[in-house]
Design a protein around this ligand. Structure first.
Ligand SMILES: *Cc1c(COP(=O)(O)O)cnc(C)c1O
Length: 438
């Protein structure tokens, strides 16, 4: 049994550029100049504690959306007043925990506001409390990533009949409500669309404050969603482009009257990571050259299921890690998952792949290897960090590859008998059958 526990021998791994992440944080800071901004990192983009700790030490805050992400943020060392909890389905227990810790909470809907009110009545909290609005400014290029469409599941709609009045009333009745939150979407949303959403939140804040006769809303959480260019190495749009667009859309936003919170994820990490996978076999089928590699839907889930929306660049290296210079040919790059659509690239012109080569999925530092899918019980890949500062490249383990023992444990191995409800009867019956020779 034990000797059968052979791991998958490091045939695929993620890599994180620690210097690159810090450079991206500096770009973000520089773009906002000295406006009062808490920049938080959207944990779901790279939910790895060492990545979160690097960001915490860089002075960032953290946006979380589940008990797991909140626990990761705390362990990573983000102080509670730099953590923002945003999920759309927070339980009463999660809310109580967040309020006790003092992390900021953005309520998704009026019912959640009621729950928060009840909890506050029982116990005071230092948490900054906000309400997420859906400015309903429309969808971007990828529907599944657009949170400000007419009927998106997120936030309180702003343009529905009577909605604005209801929001004004909610603030009037709850003096502890001091923040508005808006996140227009991730990837595929234009800067114009994001700017429109932020303007809607700003105008609503002004109206709430006018009605209140005081500055009740003191901060605006303007979300994340800066799109990433997956076509080449250039960073575009940049954070500077984003801030230019914000200034155009909401000239008073950076005046200092409102504290700001940002929640960028993908734009801080995508280009600071890549996935490397070994080519196991190549073959020709129906006139098609196919490379069978170890990078598939368990790592590049979105790319495999929505290839038009999430194309990835692929670079090819030989088994010594040198760029491969073989003649190019049209190939499918397939993964190890057992379904036909498990392709990370279709009909792609690349240097002819051979067994032992390494394919590199570029720009996968966010939402790829950090968010694996356990299909086929494939191991969560190892993640390595590196720095190129100093005389030589240094590596560190960010996450070990999942072991077979861990896969077994997570698949209920310690409860292997759980479903043998009639175990005693069936064992006895089986023994009778064997005896009678049936
Ligand atoms: C996912 C998410 C973000 C981050 O989006 P990116 O596209 O990764 O920048 C920010 N805020 C909220 C509420 C989110 O759900």
């Amino acid at each position: 049994m034990r000797s059968g526990l052979v791991g998958s021998a490091h045939v695929v791994a993620g890599f994180v550029d620690a210097d690159g992440i810090q450079e991206s944080v500096r770009d973000l800071r520089r773009a906002f100049g000295d406006a009062p901004v808490l920049h938080t990192f959207a944990a779901k983009a790279a939910s790895l504690v060492p990545v979160l700790r690097l960001l915490a030490r860089s002075g960032m805050g953290c946006e979380v959306a589940s008990p797991g992400e909140l626990a990761q943020a705390v362990v990573a060392g983000f102080p509670p007043d730099r953590i923002v909890l945003d999920s759309p389905a927070k339980t009463r227990a999660e809310l109580a925990h967040a309020l006790a810790l003092g992390v900021s909470v953005n309520a998704d809907n009026f019912a959640e506001l009621d729950r928060i009110g009840e909890l506050l009545a029982a116990k005071m909290s230092t948490s900054v409390l906000g309400l997420r609005i859906n400015p309903q400014v429309g969808a971007g290029a990828i529907d599944a990533m657009s949170t400000a469409s007419l009927s998106s599941k997120f936030g309180v709609p702003l343009r529905d009949l009577g909605a604005r009045q209801r929001i004004l009333k909610a603030f009037a009745e709850r003096p502890w409500l001091t923040r508005l939150h808006v996140h227009v979407g991730s990837q595929g949303c234009s800067l114009e669309l994001i700017g429109e959403g932020v303007r809607a939140a700003f105008e609503l804040a002004e109206e709430i404050n006018t009605v209140a006769g005081r500055q009740q809303v003191t901060s605006l959480d303007i979300g994340g969603g800066l799109p990433v260019n997956f076509d080449d190495d250039e960073i575009r749009p940049t954070y500077a482009d984003y801030v230019r667009q914000l200034r155009a859309a909401v000239p008073e936003l950076l005046s200092g009257r409102y504290g700001l919170v940002t929640e960028f994820g993908r734009s801080l990490v995508a280009k600071n990571g890549f996935t490397a996978a070994v080519v196991e076999y190549t073959k020709d089928t129906g006139g098609r050259r196919i490379a069978l590699t170890h990078a598939g839907a368990h790592i590049a889930t979105r790319t495999v299921f929505m290839p038009e929306a999430w194309p990835l660049r692929i670079a090819v290296y030989d088994s010594d890690g040198r760029p491969k210079h073989a003649p190019e040919c049209v190939q499918d790059v397939a993964g190890p998952c057992c379904f036909a659509g498990d392709l990370v690239a279709r009909g792609r012109t690349l240097p002819e792949l051979a067994p032992g080569d390494v394919v590199v999925l570029l720009d996968t530092g966010g939402y790829y290897f950090s968010t694996p899918w356990s299909y086929n019980s494939l191991a969560r890949p190892a993640v390595h960090g590196f720095t190129t500062h100093g005389p030589e490249i240094r590596f560190a383990t960010v996450r070990r590859e999942q072991t077979l023992a861990e896969i077994l444990a997570e698949s209920g191995a310690s409860q292997a008998d759980a479903l043998l409800f009639r175990n005693a009867d069936s064992t006895a019956a089986h023994a009778r059958l064997v005896q009678t020779g049936a």
